[in-house]
Design a protein. Sequence first.
Length: 137
Amino acid sequence: MTERLTAEQYRDQHVSKSTEDRRRVRGAQRTTTPDGIDHDSKTEAQRWEELKLLQKAGEICGLKRQVDIALMGRDGPIMTDSGKQERVYRADFVYVDNALGITVIEDRKGHETDVFKIKKAILAAQGMEILVTKAKG
């Protein structure tokens, strides 16, 4: 015997699914750190706390999060399909490593998506390397 749903019951079941953040990868949960900042995942939030400690200790400086970096092709900026906006890579963290004297672009990943791999390759062609860190454990 099949169960029948009213239109209202059907909508109720599907509205909650459609309002979820579709950008989540492999079950990542948004997490807020004690300083009130929202992060895309628990591991990203943990890394933010680690980097704040490194900055406080003087090992790094200029710590920023969610930094947009324009993606450039041979003929200029890579545009969105509409042609109205430049495509960007949004780095989880950018900071200066004081010991090495270099700017570090860091991304915290549990899983590298195909889109991430493409953007990483484009940035490599631009002469920028992304440091990918993974959660311990």
